[in-house]
Design a binder for this molecule. Structure first.
Ligand code: GTP
Ligand code: MG
Length: 242
């Protein structure tokens, strides 16, 4: 099986080398590629990414000229990758690559998307509490009983990755969208580590953005029965990897 890892990066210079090494150590016998997307980092992440690309034939890079957001990074990445399975991970090494075989084993049971549920989330209460409320609301509104809809750690069949309409901030709702398209969605608990390097990108107020987006999506999917369209991406904003 060919695995394609897709990792959006925004100022995560210090985690990149151990993250890439951790993935390479846990893919087993599978063929794999790792696509790192630099979303306008200013901390030297791009230079670190270039060093990794030069050292490892399985590393691919995309660079945005400025910060376009996580959803756009995933949109561009999903379009670019190939293979059988897409695996998304956060770039901050809070997700543990050792969980890769377990996510793949769960897909093998017949699922199309497996979410990594950060059951013991190593983040402060002002992140974990709103997240719990948000997830409970999503579960009820969309009839999708997941504990961690917005987890960055997911494995999915390539047909799911290619179908997702990644616009606005819909990266938080990938499982909702996949289930809407009839894909089989589930979750498994995964290890989660405290952030050791770099800085948190999302503050307390993302909950309000998430709630607004949830309300709009609920209206579109549950009332209008119409999924958001795929975005048109402005190629001029995507620089080429030298
Ligand atoms: N492409 C892109 N990715 C981003 C952006 N902001 C965050 N990310 C990615 O999203 C991941 C999660 O962001 P974090 O800041 O770690 O959010 P969090 O895990 O909820 O918060 P912490 O626990 O404090 O790390 C990061 O590792 C990045 O990979 C962005 O502006 N653009
Ligand atoms: Mg994090």
């Amino acid at each position: 099986m060919q695995l394609s890892f897709l990792i959006p990066i925004c100022n995560e210079r210090d985690t990149l080398a151990p993250l890439v090494q951790g993935i390479a150590d846990h893919v087993g016998d599978h063929a794999f590629r790792i696509l790192l997307i630099d979303d306008g980092s200013t901390d030297g992440s791009w230079e670190a990414m270039c060093a990794l690309r030069d050292a490892h034939a399985y590393v691919d890079l995309i660079r945005f000229r400025r910060n376009l957001g996580k959803t756009t990074a995933l949109a561009v990445g999903f379009e670019r990758i190939a293979g059988d399975i897409a695996i998304t991970m956060d770039g901050d090494l809070q997700d543990d690559p050792k969980e890769i075989p377990r996510l793949l084993a769960k897909l093998d049971e017949g699922y199309d998307l497996v979410c990594g549920w950060k059951e013991r989330r190593q983040d402060p209460w002002h992140k974990t509490f709103p997240s719990r409320v948000f997830n409970a609301g999503i579960a009820k509104a969309f009839g999708l009983p997941l504990h961690d809809v917005n987890t960055g750690f997911k494995a999915m069949r390539m047909k799911v990755a290619k179908q997702l309409p990644m616009r606005g901030n819909l990266h938080r709702f990938i499982p909702v969208l996949a289930a809407h398209f009839g894909h089989r969605v589930t979750e498994i608990p995964v290890a989660h580590h405290p952030r050791r390097y770099g800085q948190s990108k999302y503050g307390f107020f993302r909950i309000f953005q998430g709630l607004r987006d949830a309300a709009v999506l609920w209206w579109q999917l549950k009332v209008r029965h119409r999924a958001p369209a795929k975005p048109v991406i402005d190629r001029a904003l995507i620089g080429e990897a030298p």
